[in-house]
Design a protein around this ligand. Structure first.
Ligand code: ZN
Length: 74
């Protein structure tokens, strides 16, 4: 009967076990408002909509205008 040449290294064992403890995010769906990827049954992080209604008001960011600088596109 052939025997295993050697048992798995601690590194290989640790790699395998680390995969078992990873979080599974599950399925994702699209937001009805902004079409971004959202976990089901959760409020959209991007726009704060849930079920077609605004649940969390989005914080308004102050628009920083850079004068003298040209925007690079590409
Ligand atoms: Zn959204």
């Amino acid at each position: 009967m052939p025997n295993p040449f050697r048992k798995h290294t601690p590194r290989r064992t640790g790699n395998r076990r680390s995969k078992n403890s990873q979080l599974h995010l599950g399925g994702q769906s699209r937001c009805t408002n902004c079409k971004s990827m959202v976990r089901p049954h959760t409020v959209c992080k991007e726009c704060g909509f849930y079920g077609g209604k605004l649940v969390i008001a989005k914080k308004e960011k102050k628009a920083k205008q850079q004068e003298g600088g040209e925007e690079q596109q590409g």
